[in-house]
Design a protein. Structure first.
Length: 404
């Protein structure tokens, strides 16, 4: 099969960000398929351009591990303002323009809803090229926006986005969802369940069989704290990640145990406010580090005693979660601590760590479990076993292939 993927924020090797489609594509290539990804070369996480262009060029073609990438030059932006909107429109316009001149014909076009324009573009290109259209709904729009408090349920745009979601459901030959209970969400919209493919995030286990020499900034910070019990967070610093609660946990932990240290690696719109909160409380048990290339994550997590996640209590999570960082923690054989009100998670079902609702409760669990080596070893063993058995990209690629 010849597969085209439209994902504005896709990243390739040696970059920071979500590698979902690159990792999936590598495995599909090994299964004998051709995969082409159309992505912006302006890195959303680092807020910087990653490609060099000649004066009049608007795209670069590259190939990595057999996966074809068309990098598109888009408007740069540094915060969530009008320039970010222009970035979305410039990606959509140029990806559509490029798709018209690429001569090969796709059999399947995947439009990934990191924002609606990329999904609409996928549908338009599939229709024009007479290919099958697979709509990938990464978040349940507009439900996620409402439940996370980003937009009022009475805002007219919610109705527009809801109608767009239903339109894409109906036009798609297949609908890809990332959450285990999301097929039921789609079914409630009047869509046949056999149309839905549950394809969660995964992990490239092979990355964890090799270690890389870390950049000096990260290496120095981790070496300085390695004698302590290290809780590491890797990922975005945005509203949904609820990292202000992680600072609250660090404040409470610091009162009782000076040998526990938190390390937060990544970037995002909330990072500066989170750093300020830590500074206002004069915290010495928390370190903030810049985002790092995916290839370095195994070496980063090699320093960790546990992984940590904080989540807001949002209604949308009842359909499930599929956090990239969670699968990275599993591949690194880490116990997982998660602040969440969810009662049914892979962590609790498979004894991978602790899920607790409330800062006080999760703080107490961290203080307790950090002293229990036998329990930590059990969580560690279970974590790797579950990830390897259920979330490798080779396994997920075969699952997707079965729906071709």
């Amino acid at each position: 099969m010849n597969i085209w993927i439209f994902n504005h924020y896709a990243v390739g090797p040696n970059s920071s960000g979500i590698t979902r489609h690159f990792d999936l594509a590598k495995e599909l290539v090994l299964l004998g398929h051709n995969v082409t990804i159309f992505a912006s070369s302006f890195n959303h996480q680092k807020r910087e351009e990653e490609q060099n262009y000649d004066k009049d060029d608007y795209f670069n073609y590259k190939e990595y591990s057999g996966v074809k990438f068309y990098w598109l030059k888009t408007t740069s932006y540094y915060k969530n303002d009008h320039k970010r909107i222009l970035n979305m429109f410039s990606y959509t316009y140029r990806a559509n323009k490029l798709a018209k001149i690429v001569k090969e014909k796709p059999d399947i076009v995947i439009g990934s809803l990191m924002h609606p324009l990329a999904a609409i573009l996928g549908y338009k290109v599939a229709k024009r090229k007479k290919a099958k259209f697979y709509f990938e709904e990464r978040d349940l729009w507009p439900q996620s926006l409402v439940d996370l408090g980003k937009i009022s349920p009475n805002n007219p745009i919610v109705k527009v986005l809801g109608e767009l979601e239903l339109f894409l459901y109906k036009k798609a030959d297949k609908i890809i969802v990332l959450f285990d209970k999301a097929p039921e969400y789609v079914k409630k919209k009047g869509i046949a369940q056999e149309k839905v493919i549950y394809l969660p995030n995964g992990v490239d286990i092979n990355r964890y069989h090799t270690k890389s020499v870390l950049p000096e900034t990260h290496l120095h910070a981790l070496e300085e704290q390695k004698s302590k019990f290290l809780l590491i967070y890797t990922g975005a610093h945005s509203l949904a990640n609820y990292l202000e609660a992680m600072v609250d946990i660090a404040i409470k932990v610091d009162r009782y145990d000076k040998n526990i240290h938190f390390v937060l690696i990544g970037d995002g719109p909330e990072k500066q406010s989170i750093i300020k909160k830590a500074e206002d409380h004069n915290l010495k048990n928390i370190t903030f580090l810049p985002p790092i290339q995916k290839e370095f994550i195994p070496s980063i997590l090699n320093y960790a005693d546990a992984g940590i996640i904080t989540m807001r209590n949002a209604e949308v999570y009842k359909w499930g979660i599929s956090l990239n960082k969670m699968f990275d923690y599993m591949a690194a054989s880490l116990p997982i601590f998660m602040l969440s009100n969810l009662k049914d998670t892979v962590i609790t079902r498979n004894n991978l760590g602790i899920v607790s609702d409330g800062v006080d409760q999760i703080t107490n669990e961290i203080l307790r479990v950090s002293k229990d080596q036998k329990l930590l070893q059990e969580y560690s063993k279970n974590s790797y076993k579950y990830g390897e058995s259920n979330h490798t990209w080779s396994m997920l690629a075969r699952r997707l292939e079965s729906h071709f």
